[in-house]
Design a binder for this molecule. Structure first.
Ligand code: ATP
Ligand code: MG
Length: 379
């Protein structure tokens, strides 16, 4: 049995950054962890030292909560003792005596202190062996006892629980994610959050062609739980007038022109949102209209970076992630848009599409539609 009084939080990529970036991102990560823990009613001091974040609590939930914060690579609930061999041995013996493993291994790690790893392994191992009937097995032990010896404290723990990885939300710029109410786009939003981007969400209300306002809003309510206390601006813009015009004039290119219209509206909104890019749930070849040729025609002349974080993922991988995020149940039954033509264009000619874009006045239309935006704060 271990009686942890602290949670060790490890982060990967942050540790590789230069000093200024590292300190800045560590601060953001510690703040995000602190928010998530507090919002579950746990009061705990959080400190940072030499490449680790420490949560000073014995609450078993704290580690679990921290492991779901972007930027955390792994966590370990640990017992902290003075960094001397007798205290470390005492703690290790008490753990082993409670668990009664048939074999064990001490996994020592020196991190700035004066104790050498080899010495910790040998002396603590001997103490555990003498106090219990367990034998040492370094290859396949029943129980691993990790010892991280630092200058001021030593930490003893038996578990390394995997975290979400990624980067802390707030370490990159904000992204305006186009959220449809389908399975893919919330996953795309989440992928960008995992790389550090806070998000705003833009939903195009396409009634009577599609009706997924409720699903997109509910997805937003789930996504906000991953934002570590930041609210999500959920923006709705009616787009049906545009779809009607496009579908009447050029039915086969409906999806391509509709997406151009969406991107144009998004570029009208992006600056006031303080966002630096547009995100979609596009995945190559997933539906007939999502092709490399169509991307060229859809994005040509659009004056903002457009990210498609799901571009190389299979639907099964996306669904798996959607389940993990919590948005799958909300979005799985969303019906597709009925304006999608029977045989959508798959190899758009960019010049032709740009010509139609001008002919239909998509630019002016997007400016007019953007004025109808309704903003709601979620979270
Ligand atoms: P999703 O599952 O996200 O709905 P999809 O596979 O159904 O994606 P499309 O309908 O072709 O694909 O849409 C591609 C992307 O365009 C979506 O992932 C989303 O980012 C954006 N999009 C489509 N419809 C809307 C909408 N009504 N409002 C906002 N964005 C949309
Ligand atoms: Mg969809």
């Amino acid at each position: 049995m271990i009686f942890p009084d602290i949670v060790l939080v490890r982060y990967g990529e942050i540790a590789l950054k230069d000093k200024w970036t590292r300190q800045n991102w560590e601060k953001i990560l510690a703040g995000n962890i602190s928010f998530n823990i507090r919002s579950e009613g746990i009061k705990a001091k959080i400190s940072r030292k030499e490449g680790r974040i420490f949560i000073h609590t014995s609450d078993p939930q704290a580690g679990k909560i921290a492991s779901r914060v972007f930027g955390v690579v792994s966590i370990s609930p640990a017992q902290s003792v003075n960094p001397d061999l007798s205290e470390i041995s005492k703690s290790a013996v008490s753990i082993a005596s409670n668990i009664k493993p048939s074999s064990f291994a001490i996994r020592p790690r020196r991190s700035g202190g004066t104790l050498a790893s080899e010495e910790i392994g040998r002396i603590v191992g001997e103490a555990v062996r003498n106090a219990t009937c367990s034998s040492v097995d370094l290859d396949n032990p029943d129980l691993e006892i990790f010892v991280e010896a630092r200058r001021d404290k030593a930490y003893i723990f038996t578990e390394i629980i995997k975290g979400m990885g990624g980067l802390p939300v707030g370490s990159q710029g904000k992204m305006l994610t186009l959220i449809s109410g389908g399975i893919d786009s919330p996953v795309a939003a989440w992928m960008m959050m995992k790389r550090g981007c806070p998000i705003s969400l833009l939903h195009f209300n396409a009634q009577p062609y599609a009706d997924s306002q409720m699903q997109s809003k509910r997805s937003a309510e789930i996504l906000v739980k991953w934002m570590s206390g930041r609210k999500i601006n959920f923006i709705q813009v009616p787009i049906s007038k545009g779809i009607e015009k496009i579908a009447t004039h050029y039915p086969r290119a409906t999806c391509i022109l509709c997406r151009r219209l969406m991107y144009r509206i998004a570029t009208e909104i992006i600056r006031s949102e303080g966002a630096l890019g547009i995100v979609t749930g596009y995945s190559l070849g997933q539906v007939a209209s999502q092709t490399t040729e169509n991307i060229v025609a859809e994005q040509s002349g659009i004056n903002a970076p457009i990210y498609h974080p799901l571009i190389g993922m299979d639907k099964t991988e996306i669904v798996e992630l959607a389940r993990k995020i919590g948005t799958y149940e909300v979005t799985e039954k969303t019906k597709s848009c009925i304006a999608v033509p029977h045989k959508p264009m798959t190899k758009a000619n960019v010049d032709k599409i740009l010509e139609i874009d001008e002919e239909l006045g998509l630019k002016d239309m997007s400016k007019a539609l953007a004025l109808e935006a309704i903003h709601t704060k979620i979270g």
